[in-house]
Design a protein around this ligand. Structure first.
Ligand code: MN3
Length: 233
């Protein structure tokens, strides 16, 4: 009995240690990064994002970026640098470090800002800021959707907080992101959508617009509001 309690406690602490948030990932030495646990089941975002896409995206694509990032930094000076430092000096990083650092962080944030029974509109300070910056939530939604639709090929659309604390909608190609030193517009990401075909093709095929429309139903605004609050501190 006692042994099973101890095992249970160890299991719980193991899970806790493993539950690195994206913000923690940013400041952890790259070589000590852990693979984030998905906070919901593969089927939890149905019908907006189907369970097969979720399983493959999380356990294959995301996992491969993590595994390859760990391999790329192992035994190199990058091992001891935080992923934030790696991004800041990305132009000098070899391609496997750059691509997999981006793929790891971008996906960690993507899976973190989604949840079942969510969507709707943001609250609090972020709601006010979006209203002021874009002339209302509907205008913001349209601008973000246009950005996601306008990203040619594979990449991401982002809502970022710039260094002057203003909001901006930007897109990046491949696994680039706005934390990278060579980004056209730099800032702290608080919301993002993956527009690589692997994120939607099994359910939506070529209909990226339908996927982007469904994405609004699974945004966990509580997490986005929290990222905004930390970004403007
Ligand atoms: Mn992806």
């Amino acid at each position: 009995m006692r042994r099973s309690i101890i095992t249970f406690v160890l299991l719980l602490s193991g899970i806790a240690l493993n539950a690195q948030t994206t913000l923690q990932i940013l400041s952890t030495p790259s070589g000590k990064s852990t693979f984030p646990k998905l906070a919901y089941s593969y089927m939890a975002l149905e019908p907006n994002i189907d369970s097969v896409t979720m399983r493959i995206h999380y356990s294959k694509h995301f996992r491969a970026y993590y595994d390859n990032f760990m391999k790329a930094v192992a035994g190199t000076p990058y091992e001891n640098q935080s992923i934030k430092e790696v991004f800041a000096n990305i132009s000098s990083a070899p391609a496997p470090v750059k691509n997999n650092a981006g793929g790891f962080y971008n996906h960690a944030l993507y899976f973190e800002i989604m949840a079942p029974n969510s969507g709707g509109i943001p609250g609090g300070d972020l709601s006010d800021k979006i209203g002021m910056s874009f002339g209302g939530f509907e205008n913001f939604k349209k601008a973000f959707t246009d950005a996601a639709m306008g990203r040619f090929g594979s990449g991401w659309a982002w809502l970022i907080v710039k260094s002057d604390k203003s909001l901006a909608i930007v897109t990046t190609a491949n696994q680039d992101n706005p934390l990278m030193g060579n980004a056209e517009v730099k800032g702290t990401p608080i919301l993002l959508i993956d527009v690589w075909e692997h994120a939607y093709y099994l359910k939506y095929q070529n209909r990226r617009a339908d996927y982007v429309a469904a994405f609004w139903n699974v945004i966990n605004w509580k997490v986005v509001e929290d990222l905004y609050a930390k970004a403007i501190k």
